[in-house]
Ligand binder design. Structure first.
Ligand SMILES: CC(C)(COP(=O)(O)OP(=O)(O)OC[C@H]1O[C@@H](n2cnc3c(N)ncnc32)[C@H](O)[C@@H]1OP(=O)(O)O)[C@@H](O)C(=O)NCCC(=O)NCCS
Length: 402
């Protein structure tokens, strides 16, 4: 009989994230090639892991057509040179796709069915615009199951402002600017680059180049400048391009392992999975989704919010992160929250982002032995939230900082 076992995040890597659209660096790059390159990079960095021992490959994409279709986990595994004996499948939970890849593979390891698994996601929002090529059932609107605005994520963000008037545009602007500055500081300190797989890219003239850094960053951002931006989701609204995650192309991948595999292959895991949860909320204000999913995950772990020493929260919109912080009584600028910035500056290639949060948390764990637990959490379209709590293997038992 297989037994329940510990689940470890051994390692994770990602492509640099590109600006979606014709001017973006990945316009001439296939979506599946992004995740294939990420897998190759991760397997090269973990050369001691026998490829034929990988039990499964789960790859998420929100839009599963064209170069993001065709059972991505399986096709990406073949294209990345994994043995034909390694199976794979595709995952879809909108923005929490890669997070769901990790929790699904983690659960398979946890119940003792798998030893090693790859989990990640990809979204080429340039080639696959958000909401493109879908045909929502007319009952959603005809039967007033959800408001039409619930399908536009920016409109749902405006609604959080409506519901919580004390969460002002000024606070969101400050948060958006801080994200840009924190990412830039992290880049300057060399924190982000080690987990990036460089990607060969072709420009419009057919010349080759190399993508080595996230493309969408705007380090020159000022709070004053953000105050002047248009509000694309509502006339005289409060959400702007400066407080939204930009449309982005990118891919992420992680290697997960059970306790026995860690021993057998002499692996040095970066995080241990403690608990996870998903939760549903009203689709009209989907951005508050990570509040109930975090409460569920904390409860399952027997922890409270005060036990969390580092937060990696996906910044789909500044206002939805602020709503979570406000709920838990955490300041907008708390140093435990997204210390190296977030999706507003780095980008949010929907189904890839969950593992980007984990990669960043893992890198911070390594330099913060005073922190025992960290949270990765994100909101999900159509009213959901996803949260995973992780334990730091480098925790030294001494709580030096809060
Ligand atoms: C918000 C959004 C509509 C903006 O799209 P866009 O207009 O193509 O974005 P741009 O990058 O061109 O920015 C718009 C303007 O704001 C400016 N801007 C953006 N960020 C800025 C910043 N940090 N500082 C200063 N100016 C900024 C741009 O320069 C541009 O100015 P211009 O109109 O004078 O050229 C788009 O990014 C979006 O839809 N984001 C949400 C994606 C989403 O829903 N994801 C899922 C989440 S659940």
């Amino acid at each position: 009989m297989a037994e329940m076992t510990d689940v470890f995040f051994v390692d994770g890597m990602r492509t640099p994230f590109g600006r979606a659209g014709e001017k973006g660096m990945y316009w001439n790059t296939r979506a599946d090639d992004l995740v294939v390159k990420a897998i190759i990079g991760l397997m090269e960095r973990n050369g001691d892991v026998p490829k034929d021992r990988i039990d499964d490959v789960a790859i998420a994409a929100t839009s599963q057509t064209g170069d993001q279709g065709l059972t991505l986990g399986r096709t990406a595994a073949i294209l990345a040179g994994l043995p034909m004996t390694v199976p794979g499948f595709a995952v879809e939970r909108m923005c929490a796709g890669a997070m769901t890849s990790v929790t699904t593979m983690g659960a398979s390891i946890g119940v003792g069915m798998y030893d090693l698994a790859l989990a990640g996601g990809v979204e080429h929002m340039g080639r696959h615009p958000i909401g493109g090529n879908v045909d929502p059932n007319p009952r959603f609107v005809a039967e007033k199951l959800v408001d039409p605005g619930a399908l536009n994520m920016g409109v749902t963000a405006e609604r959080i402002h409506d519901r919580f008037p004390h969460l002002t545009k000024e606070r969101a602007d400050r948060f958006g600017a801080a994200s840009q500055h924190k990412v830039q500081a992290a880049y300057e300190a060399g924190k982000i680059q080690p987990d990036l797989v460089s990607i060969a890219v072709k420009d419009a003239e057919g010349a080759w180049g190399l993508a080595t850094e996230d493309e969408g960053r705007r380090p020159e951002t000022t709070v004053e400048g953000l105050a002047t931006l248009k509000t694309p989701f509502r006339p005289h609204g409060r959400v702007t391009a400066g407080t939204s995650s930009p449309l982005t192309d990118g891919a992420t991948i992680s290697l997960l392992a059970g306790r026995d595999a860690v021993k057998e292959f002499g692996l040095a895991p970066k995080m241990r999975m403690v608990s996870f949860a998903f939760a549903g909320v009203e689709p009209e204000i989907m951005g508050i989704g990570p509040i109930p999913s975090t409460e569920k995950a904390l409860k399952k772990a027997g922890l409270t919010i005060d036990d969390i020493g580092l937060f990696e929260l996906n910044e789909a919109f500044a206002i939805q992160v602020i709503s979570l912080l406000d709920h838990f009584g955490i300041a907008d600028d708390d140093p435990r929250v997204n210390p190296w910035g977030g999706a507003i500056a780095i980008g949010h290639p929907l189904a890839a982002s969950g593992v980007r949060l984990m990669i960043q948390l893992a890198a911070q764990f390594a330099e913060r032995p005073d922190v025992r637990y960290g949270l990765t959490a994100m909101c999900v379209g159509l009213g959901q939230g996803g949260s995973v709590i992780w334990e730091n293997p480098f925790f030294d038992g001494k709580k030096k900082r809060k």
